[in-house]
Design a protein around this ligand. Sequence first.
Ligand code: NAD
Length: 501
Amino acid sequence: MSEIELTGFGGRSVRINTGLFINNEFRPATGDAQLEVENPTTGARLASVSAAQKEDVDAAVAAAQTAFKGPWRAVQPAQRGRLLNKLADLIDRDADDLASLEALDAGIIFGDAKALHITQAAETLRYFAGWADKLTGQLLSIPQGYAFTRREPLGVCAAVVPWNAPLMITIWKLAPAIAAGNVLIIKTPELSPLYGQKLAELVREAGFPAGVVNILCGEGRIAGQALAEHHGVKKIAFTGSGPVGREIMRAAASSNLKKVTLELGGKGPSIVFGDADLDNALFWTVTGITANNGQVCAAGSRIYVHASIYDKFLAAFAERLNNTARAPGDPLAEGTTKGPVISRRQKEKIAEYIQDAKASGIRVVAGGGDVNSATEGHFVGTTAFGDVPDDARIMKEEIFGPVASIAKFQTEAEVIEKANATEYGLAAAVFTNDVNRAQRVSEAIESGQVTVNCWGILHANTPFGGVKQSGFGRDMGEEALDGWLTTKTVKYFTLPTADAE
Ligand code: NAD
């Protein structure tokens, strides 16, 4: 299969194979189907990779089934842990290559990709490596004797991943899936698939038996849907948009009732009380909407500020926002503080929200216009609106871009009601120095996670996922393992003594 060479951080040469990774080999897609990958920084074509067709998904499922019934069964749990640790070491070793690839096709700033996403992926692998030989069941007493439970792998599983932090989100699925003893097919995102091509090489180098981890790029409607509809796939873990999450549930329901977990979008509230450490609250609320250009499902895109500090907060927020947006450019270049968004479509969607809010007379606090970058490409201005009404589109809908909607509140009860007035429930942040208030508010917020005096920090040992229409199931933490295991109950009846001896 064809190899290509790309130029990464500091001019380094990054080589990847562009084929589908099935059974530890790269191969072309049926009919040699290809997907064009764009560099969002320049808008120019970057590479072509093989695009999996339905027949290729069938081949990957068959390879995974063979591995699950054969060589993988013989691999002891502790060895599964060693493989995950080895993969973590290889990811650390090649972090510059992986971060370069995410900068090239996803527009993620190199330093952020390396320090945050790649490092977090390696930590998650090591965390779940430790679980591989600790999956215990229960011993239960029943009137006739005793019972015990076994936690068993599901078999062939699939992961369908979005483009915004692709390696990290892939590892959130791969690590618990493998620790639990499953085999996996990963469908990488068509907009940023290059990390997956590199990951495939590392999977092979780490020593995973053939067929245990298969990595396919392909279009969602073809390869993703084929996985969701496949009778040989026992579980599908999805991160992405709500509409596609619903399609995956429908496909699971109309095929083999495969297990589904969904990590969908969000419209996260950040609540700043009057007693909060202002500098700290500013740092995290700005980070919450500028990190990854706001293309974060957990983005703190609704910011509620107590009336006593509202004007001061707004002025300081605008100043900091302008600073973080001051150096737009190539995410591979040192000193760049703002990269492009993923695609022209995404840029237009974000710009449309900004125009719509401006046209409705909502007050612009910072940004609101185009970005002057030295390069062509999909750059969009980091923008904050103030005094945003509860029913404004920018307050209600997920924009998935660098647009903050800020509003004033007077009381704790009022802000809790505002924070919960959304169909989403993924992440929320509370800023206060009052521990009792922090307790009350974090309990009252309808959300999968609440951070107090910070935003969005991820840890491999803490569960991450949503409530309401942000989805169900958890990535990371011990709880993630439940999504990749099934429980078998074994009952023993104690028979009466055979003779009276
Ligand atoms: P998307 O739903 O369009 O695509 C996600 C993945 O699904 C891609 O790999 C795509 O190819 C695939 N897909 C598309 N149609 C499919 C189908 N019919 N069947 C099966 N697979 C299909 O989302 P996106 O645009 O890549 O990502 C942005 C969205 O993801 C946002 O809404 C964001 O909030 C969400 N997101 C959520 C989380 C989280 O953890 N909750 C994390 C990142 C992104």
